[in-house]
Design a protein around this ligand. Sequence first.
Ligand code: AHG
Ligand code: MN
Ligand code: MN
Ligand code: MN
Length: 338
Amino acid sequence: MNSKQSVMTLDEFTIQELRNFPGATGQLSGLLRGIGLAAKRVNVAVNKAGIADILGEAGRTNVQGESVKKLDEFANGQFIDALRTSIYCCGMASEENEDFIPFLDEHSMQSKYVVLIDPLDGSGNIDVNISIGTIFSVYRRITPEGTPCKLEDFLQPGSAQIAAGYIIYGSSTMLVYATRRSVQGFTLDPAIGEFCLSHPNLKCPEAGDIFSVNMGYYHLYEAPVRQVIDSFMAKTAQEKVYRHRAVGCMVAEIHRTLIQGGVFLYPAFGQYHHGRLRLCYECNPMSFLVEKAGGMSLSAPGQRLLDVQPAKLHQRIPIFIGSRTMMEGVHHLFSEAQ
Ligand code: AHG
Ligand code: MN
Ligand code: MN
Ligand code: MN
C-alpha cells in the first residue's frame, strides 16, 4: 500500500489555516466552502453540457447588454444559493444581476463579508468546449454587522479585498484563491469530489514570453497600446520572440499567466471606450490575486488598478496585468508615450 500522505483538501487546508490564526472566526473558510460546493455543481453541469440541454442562449440580455447563456444563468443560481445558504456573507453582487442581493436572514446579516462574483467567465467558449471560469471577490463590509448590507459595501477599491480567486473549468478543474498572505491552488479530484492542494504558495514567474490580447482590435487601440503590442512582436530574426495566446476567457489567460508567466491586456477601444472587462467582478479579483503572487496590474499608465475607487457595480475598465518584468516594460513604454 502507498504510505504517501494524501494531499490536503480545501476544507482541511482552511481548517489548518484557522489553527494558525486563533482570532479567526471561520467565516472566510465557510465562504470558501460554499463557493467550492457551487463550483463542483457547475463543474458537473459543464462536463455534461452537451447532453443536458445546457448549451446555447437563455434568450435574454443582461444588464451588461450581453446575450445570456443557459450556463451563465445556471452558474449564477448555484453561487447565489450556495452563498445564501452558507450564512457567511451578508450579501452578494453578480455580473448577471442589475442590483446587489442582500441576504436578510438573521444569521447572514451578522456576517462581516460581502461577495462579488462573475459566475461564468468566458461564456462565449461554452458551446465550443474551451476553458471557462468563475471569478469571486470578498470584502469586509463597511456598514455595521447585524444590519442589511448597502451599495457602499460593494463599491470598495480592490486594495481592500480580503480574498479573491477563480475556478477554471479546463482540462482539469481548479480553484485558486488569494488571501492577504498567499495564493493557493487546488485541483478537483473527481474520484473523491474534493478540491485538493496541488499548487501551494503559487508565485507568478517574474518574467515570461507570452502576450495575450485580442489582436482583432489592434487598429482600434490607442497609439501607446499599439506600441506596447509592437514591442512584443519580433521584427528581425535576432529579436526576442514572444508567443501570442488568446483564449477568450480571462480566467484561462490569468491562470496561464500565473503558471507560465506573461502578460494579458484588455485595453479600451471603439465602443468599449472605458474597457470591456468589469472592474468589480473580473479586474479587481484578478489584480489582487496576481499582485499577491508577485505580479503587477495597471488600468492606465502609472495607475495601479487596485487603487481605483469604483463608482458603480458594473463599471468597466482597461487592464494590463501579468509578470513583473514584462509589466515594468509595459509601464516604461506607457510613460515614454505620455
Ligand atoms: P463574460 O463571459 O463573463 O461576459 O466575460 C468574457 C470576457 C473575458 O473573459 C474575455 O477575456 C473577454 O470577454 C473576451 O472578449 P473578446 O472576445 O472581446 O476578446
Ligand atoms: Mn457576460
Ligand atoms: Mn467575465
Ligand atoms: Mn460572466
